[in-house]
Design a protein around this ligand. Sequence first.
Ligand SMILES: Cc1cc2nc3c(=O)[nH]c(=O)nc-3n(C[C@H](O)[C@H](O)[C@H](O)COP(=O)(O)O)c2cc1C
Length: 183
Amino acid sequence: MTSTYPIALVVGSNRRESLNRKLAKAITRLDAPTLRFQDIRIDDLPMYNGDLEAARPAEVNRFTDEVRACSGVLIVMPEHNRSLPAVLKNAIDWGSKPADRNVWRDKPVAITGTSPGAIGTAVGQQHLRQIMGILGATVMGGEAYIGNKPQLVDEQGSFADDTTRAFVQAYLDRFATLVGKLA
Ligand SMILES: Cc1cc2nc3c(=O)[nH]c(=O)nc-3n(C[C@H](O)[C@H](O)[C@H](O)COP(=O)(O)O)c2cc1C
């Protein structure tokens, strides 16, 4: 029997009409029989504050428990001022502490994202790669910068054009292989 692996799907935007959330949904509709995506909420996490460490808020414990229980993490994020959005950095910071319970260590992580800008989150993703590498995650190599266009995702929530679908599918196939190898 083929194993299936829970994958934490983290969207780095707290906007209701987030383009990245739409991209994330389209990715979950691709063909990935060994991956079981689980939406992980980050917009309810308080701003990281060491004073809260003595009694971590319930939302933080829920977040870290959910990530810890997953076999891998797929991050789909916009670029904010050529870096990662603060809401995502905040979630990463919570997950990184205390250091002996860092939820990112040895986790296979794949990164993608979309923006209407010309280079489709490329610079922001580089920052994120650096951070996740420092935290000990196994960040999948390769690049998936998705330029946003009005018809990226159709009304059914799937990729509208074959070229983008095939590109992201290939990226996802590589992630499924990595997760399977490291599980
Ligand atoms: C504070 C801020 C900074 C931004 N900086 C960038 C940027 O550096 N590069 C870029 O391509 N788009 C930038 N944008 C535009 C975002 O790509 C755009 O708002 C996108 O829709 C955000 O993704 P979302 O729809 O998933 O929230 C920025 C937007 C905001 C609000």
